[in-house]
Design a protein around this ligand. Structure first.
Ligand code: NAD
Ligand code: ZN
Length: 350
């Protein structure tokens, strides 16, 4: 397989600026790394947070973003044994971790204090050839479609993990806040596949139609609802609220409302990462209604394998649109305006 020396990429040259479509060198994998020829990459709101500089953690600059890259392994370092040239592999948010700290040793590798983050601290999947640590690249079965699986590599893994963290069991209700977005559309599908009843919360008729087609039992429109708390509670059987809330929204407001409608003894899982946001809940309610509040951050290698297996079995078919990598800035503009129902995937060949 011949590997070119140059490739097309989308490069962020200044935080807060636009991405620039240009040619850059193809990187060479180190001893414990693989080089993946990225065919498709999903576009996550995290990529937008990164280019805007929303979070209290600096990115590398210049930066190639992207962390939902699906492709084919074309080169590997001499220490890599279990990934073969020609295998399908996925570049996910956690590009690498030390594998030796007490977090990595206990399968909490997203909490490793020295992680490599794709499209943030190391270059990611908005390029045609991307490096990943062999231990961490997602193993993608050959029967999977690389275009359709790309959004699983962050959105799918993250919401699947969040649903597990919620402790909700089959037959219970889960509110998905931001259900019309990339993570949300996946969350509705994973919730259904896990036997849960998803209540979708988002804005607008297009997202309502999509959420209901994906299996939401009800839709609450945050743009038109006069009382979100009451509207969510009243679609649960006894009106006590859902057993779990998965917060995926990119604004702070819904993080303030969740504790008011979650069922007593229920669990709120924070996943969305709005800039400068704080979680607020009444101490009185939290105590007397015995509410659990927690965060959930991507997934480990086992969560990755499990989330991919749901997809391989045909249980996850969240909608996505494909555009060329050269059009990435247009996708960010639509995302900023909240106009994307589901996910956008970029095709690195154009
Ligand atoms: P997205 O832009 O595709 O979707 C966000 C959705 O939230 C949109 O549909 C928007 O309409 C909706 N929304 C906005 N305000 C709302 C409100 N008040 N009530 C209900 N819905 C509202 O974004 P995405 O790619 O799905 O990412 C969502 C968030 O998750 C981002 O902040 C991203 O950085 C974060 N994220 C976290 C992790 C993690 O591991 N914790 C992993 C991936 C992404
Ligand atoms: Zn992501």
């Amino acid at each position: 397989m011949s590997i070119p020396t140059e490739q097309w990429a989308q490069v962020l040259e200044k935080t807060g600026g636009n991405v620039v479509y240009k040619k850059i060198p193809v990187p060479k994998p180190g001893p414990d790394e693989v080089l993946v020829n990225i065919k498709y990459s999903g576009v996550c709101h995290t990529d937008l947070h990164a280019i805007k500089g929303d979070w209290p953690l600096d990115t590398k600059i210049p930066l190639v973003g992207g962390h939902e890259g699906a492709g084919v392994v074309v080169a590997r370092g001499n220490l890599v044994k279990d990934v073969q040239i020609g295998d399908y592999a996925g570049i996910k948010w956690l590009n690498g971790s030390c594998l030796q700290c007490s977090f990595c040793r206990t399968a909490n590798e997203p909490l490793c204090p020295t992680p490599d983050l794709s499209g943030y601290t190391v270059d990611g999947s908005f390029q045609q050839y991307c490096i990943g640590k062999a231990a961490h690249v997602a193993r993608i079965p050959k029967e999977c479609d690389l275009e359709a699986i790309s959004p699983i590599l962050c959105a799918g893994i993250t919401v699947y993990k969040g649903l597990k963290e919620s402790g909700a069991r089959a037959g219970e209700y889960v509110a998905i806040v931001g259900a019309g977005g990339g993570l949300g559309s996946m969350a509705v599908q994973y919730a259904r596949a896990m036997g849960l009843h998803p209540i979708a919360i988002d804005g607008g008729a297009e997202k309502e139609k999509m959420c209901k087609e994906l299996g939401a039992v009800a839709y609450v429109d945050f743009l038109t609802s006069k009382n979100i708390v009451e509207d969510v509670k009243k679609v649960t059987p006894e009106g006590y609220g859902p057993e779990a809330v998965i917060l995926l929204a990119v604004t702070e407001k819904p993080f303030q409302q969740a504790a008011e409608y979650v069922r007593p003894k229920g669990t709120i899982v924070c996943i969305g990462l709005p800039a400068n946001a704080f979680f607020r809940a009444s101490v009185f309610d939290t105590v007397t209604r015995m509410i659990n509040i927690k965060g959930s951050y991507v997934g480990n290698r086992q969560d990755t394998a499990e989330a991919i297996e749901f997809f391989r079995r045909g249980l996850i078919k969240a909608p996505y649109k494909v555009v060329g990598l050269s059009k990435l800035q247009d996708v960010f503009d639509l995302m900023e305006a909240g106009k994307i129902a589901g996910r956008y995937v970029v095709d690195t060949s154009c």
